[in-house]
Design a protein around this ligand. Structure first.
Ligand code: ADP
Ligand code: 5GP
Length: 186
């Protein structure tokens, strides 16, 4: 790691595993962590706010960001594009703050190539059945999107060995503790 630079952590895991829930808890307990806000072409879900949950973009604006090199990484996921704005991440790392990216598998692979010091964590469900229960229980996605996300989850789970660590999100408090350990926060 470059002297004085903040630690970059990437958290990846199938849709519905509990990334959002866990990251929220992590930030509440550790306010010094800076969570990157991604750009996406997906439509906002109920309660999501532009600039807080995501920067919601048209496909044209997203493509322009890619063309200008404005994204650190980007990928297509279940029919939409998602990417990490480059400049704010670099600015936060240079102030020494821990930076967290919550992104899918292809994006994690891209970050691995450009930030070899980043800690890469895979969040896994206790079982596939439980993953399906959670994604359906959340009640935010149409059936077609759920099926696409579950199919993608099968692929993502196969890649977990690529990561520095796998954290099973069974008990939320235990998973949070493990995440904090891996990020060097305790
Ligand atoms: P993701 O961000 O990975 O798509 P969410 O954070 O939206 O997943 O969580 C999906 C659902 O699973 C939510 O309803 C959430 O309350 C629930 N959930 C998250 N973590 C756990 C856990 N450890 N045990 C049981 N349910 C959980
Ligand atoms: P959702 O639509 O459920 O918010 O997110 C779908 C998937 O996109 C999740 O796996 C989430 O981690 C991932 N994702 C969110 N932001 C980014 C990003 O900036 N880049 C990449 N590659 N994936 C992202």
């Amino acid at each position: 790691m470059v002297e004085g630079q903040g630690q970059l952590t990437v958290i990846t895991g199938p849709s519905g595993v509990g990334k959002g829930t866990l990251v929220q808890r992590l930030l509440e307990k550790n306010p010094k962590i800076w969570l990157s806000v991604s750009a996406t072409t997906r439509s906002p879900r109920e309660g999501e706010r532009d600039g807080l949950s995501y920067f919601f973009q048209s496909r044209e604006r997203f493509d322009a960001l890619v063309a200008d090199g404005g994204l650190l990484e980007w990928a297509e996921f279940a029919g939409n594009c998602y990417g990490t704005p480059r400049a704010p991440v670099e600015a936060q790392l240079s102030t020494g703050r821990p930076v967290l990216l919550e992104i899918e598998l292809e994006g994690a692979r891209q970050v691995r190539r450009s930030f070899s010091d980043a800690v890469q964590i895979f969040l896994a469900p206790p079982s596939f059945k439980e993953l399906e229960r959670r994604i359906r229980g959340r009640g935010t996605d149409p059936e077609e999107a759920i099926l696409r996300r579950l199919a993608r989850a099968q692929e993502e789970l196969k890649a977990k060995a690529e990561f520095d660590a796998v954290v099973v999100n069974d008990d939320l408090d235990q998973a949070l503790l493990r995440l904090e350990q891996l990020m060097g926060l305790r």
